[in-house]
Design a protein. Structure first.
Ligand code: SF4
Length: 102
């Protein structure tokens, strides 16, 4: 049996930890729904970002400047920055800390 490049590279050693989170088909579908589901208004965005500023799951500086939510499984890329994520109507706050819509 022919070994894969991955197996040859790490033969005889422990494989390294995965450097990116495992992304499932469901995660991809949820992401697509959030991207296509429209935006919230400015007042809702401000309330969401206020919640993120007070949240212990926020990773990084100010949400508007590009902090991330570490309660999500999203990779840390430009679409997952809190300033962008909070703008999307269907984007989730996993612990439910965002205020309810009016
Ligand atoms: S999305 Fe929710 S869990 Fe994530 S940083 Fe904002 S308030 Fe916290």
């Amino acid at each position: 049996m022919k070994a894969s490049i991955y197996n040859r590279q790490y033969r005889g050693t422990d494989r390294p930890e995965r450097s990116v989170p495992r992304v499932t088909t469901r995660d991809v579908v949820e992401f697509a729904k959030a991207q296509l589901g429209g935006n919230v208004d400015d007042a809702t965005l401000a309330r969401r970002l206020d919640a993120c500023r007070r949240c212990d799951r926020r990773e990084g500086g100010d949400p508007v400047e590009g902090a991330y939510c570490n309660a999500c499984v999203c990779p840390k890329w430009r679409f997952a920055k809190l300033g962008k994520k909070a703008r999307k109507r269907l984007a989730p706050c996993p612990p439910g800390r965002w205020p309810k819509p009016d």
